[in-house]
Design a protein around this ligand. Structure first.
Ligand code: SF4
Length: 311
């Protein structure tokens, strides 16, 4: 999921990064400028990043219902599947690193080939019916097997070029990624317990996994996490990547949306943050949109549907 092929690396190096250098981000829109407008938080509520960037409800009424009225309906099937599949990928990365450190460079390939999964991620499937569980188990198995083959190939590739490498260096070169990074977003008026899908420190790039259909607001997630990284570590993060994963006949299909984390995206994120934080602080019900997103977009029926539509 998180590792680029040769063509993608060339695209990143020769197109996107030069573009980012040519269109330098305005200093006021770097995360380390959190102490002054426009990044300085105006309102008190510290929202989770998904409450700002997850704009599946066009008016943001889901945030009002959860934060102001305290409604927390059970997640729908698409949300459960997304959680499980994210967990599968994270578990595989962690299991791979663990195998490298535990078995050493000599024994790690055998240990990686012997990894059996996914198990933990599938332990809690409450809320799904039998058919949904069967489909999700198949998808999780396909995803695990797909990623396992790829990490084994990456580890073998590094070992073939660096036969005297140590375990720590092997893990860093073969898996240059931290998954489920815990980030404190308080400088930017966000939750202190944010969790980013992945940060690829070889490129460097903020990466977000999606198992539903592409949406224009998805880039706000990578933008928000990049701003938080900049606010914490004071290093620029210029590139984001949304990885869209689909399944067809047992095969894993991947599309990557690389993007420059531009001034426009940063402004859009900050405006959404302020708008939603104001809605919560001043308890403003934005009402339902003229039309709620259809389930056909791959995200299932909104889990607030019964509340908003009385059915
Ligand atoms: S049912 Fe419609 S209005 Fe209500 S939260 Fe969902 S998308 Fe928004």
């Amino acid at each position: 999921m998180y590792f680029l092929n040769h063509e993608e690396q060339r695209y990143l190096m020769r197109r996107l990064l030069p573009q980012a250098r040519a269109n330098e981000v305005h200093p006021e829109l770097r995360g380390w400028s959190w102490h002054q407008p426009p990044l300085l938080p105006v309102y008190e509520p510290c929202l989770a990043l998904y409450e700002i960037a997850g704009q599946y409800c066009p008016t943001g009424r889901d945030v009002f219902l959860r934060r102001v009225l305290g409604h927390r309906p059970a997640p729908n099937a698409a949300m459960i599947a997304g959680r499980v599949l994210h967990q599968v990928v994270a578990d595989l990365v962690l299991a791979t690193k663990h195998a490298i450190y535990a078995s050493g460079t000599a024994g790690c390939v055998a240990a990686l080939l012997a990894l059996i999964g996914p198990n933990g991620a599938l332990s809690d499937l409450d809320g799904l019916d039998a058919d949904q569980r069967a489909v999700l188990r198949d998808q999780a198995q396909s995803l695990w097997a797909f990623e396992q083959r790829r990490v084994v190939a990456r580890v073998e590739d590094v070992l073939s070029r660096q036969p005297h490498i140590g375990a720590d260096s092997l893990a860093a070169l073969a898996l240059p990624v931290t998954v489920e990074s815990r980030l404190d977003g308080r400088f930017l008026g966000l939750s202190s317990h944010l969790s980013a899908d992945a940060f690829n420190f070889a490129e460097p790039m903020m990466v977000d996994l999606k198992f539903g259909s592409p949406q224009p607001f998805h880039r706000l997630s990578t933008t928000g996490y990049a701003l938080v990284m900049e606010s914490l570590y004071e290093v620029p993060v210029n590139v984001g990547c949304i990885v869209y994963v689909r399944f067809r006949d047992g095969q894993v299909l991947i599309e990557r949306d690389f993007h420059h984390l531009s001034d426009e995206l940063r402004q859009e994120f900050i405006e959404a943050r302020d708008e939603r934080a104001q809605m919560v602080e001043e308890e403003i019900d934005p009402g339902a949109p003229a039309e709620c997103p259809p389930a056909s977009e791959g995200h299932g029926v909104c889990h607030y549907w019964a509340y908003c539509h009385g059915a």
